[in-house]
Design a protein around this ligand. Sequence first.
Ligand SMILES: CC(C)(COP(=O)(O)OP(=O)(O)OC[C@H]1O[C@@H](n2cnc3c(N)ncnc32)[C@H](O)[C@@H]1OP(=O)(O)O)[C@@H](O)C(=O)NCCC(=O)NCCS
Length: 142
Amino acid sequence: MIKELSIDDVKLIEKVENNFPTFFSKNSIFSDFKQNAFTKYFIYMEKSNIIGVVNYYDLYERFEISYIEVLEVYRNKKIGSLLLEYLIKIGNDKKIDNITLEVNKKNVYAIKLYEKYDFKVVAIRKNYYDNEDAYLMERKMM
Ligand SMILES: CC(C)(COP(=O)(O)OP(=O)(O)OC[C@H]1O[C@@H](n2cnc3c(N)ncnc32)[C@H](O)[C@@H]1OP(=O)(O)O)[C@@H](O)C(=O)NCCC(=O)NCCS
């Protein structure tokens, strides 16, 4: 099941912090909700376990993906694909122009996921992650 988080989902936000501590904390999610009217979080759940999460910004005519992660033991089982398909469907329904994201050039599996859904490299951002380059990728919508 895919569910959109709201600022009132305190227990679920705590679970996101527990399961995905590298990128998310309870405080970062709450302050993001409070400070940024454009932020969106979707989680993929099995029973009460949160297995995947995606955070993006819904910026009028475009979406910008900030981060997507699937629990390590559940990777390569198409959960990342499900989350991305869900987001693309929302974007299609809203008739947005494009979805963009930045990804470390060395993040092979993430790049495979994005390429599977027709994201293309449109620029290289030098030293975007400390000393590592990033690709700016874009998926044009119809
Ligand atoms: C990137 C990430 C979210 C992908 O999630 P996932 O659920 O594993 O992705 P999927 O199972 O849907 O795989 C998508 C495609 O990537 C490729 N892929 C993913 N994992 C792979 C693996 N271990 N071996 C080979 N190919 C792999 C496949 O081409 C796959 O498509 P297919 O199964 O239809 O052939 C996950 O690897 C992750 O959480 N990584 C750590 C966080 C991260 O780097 N996030 C991206 C930040 S920009």
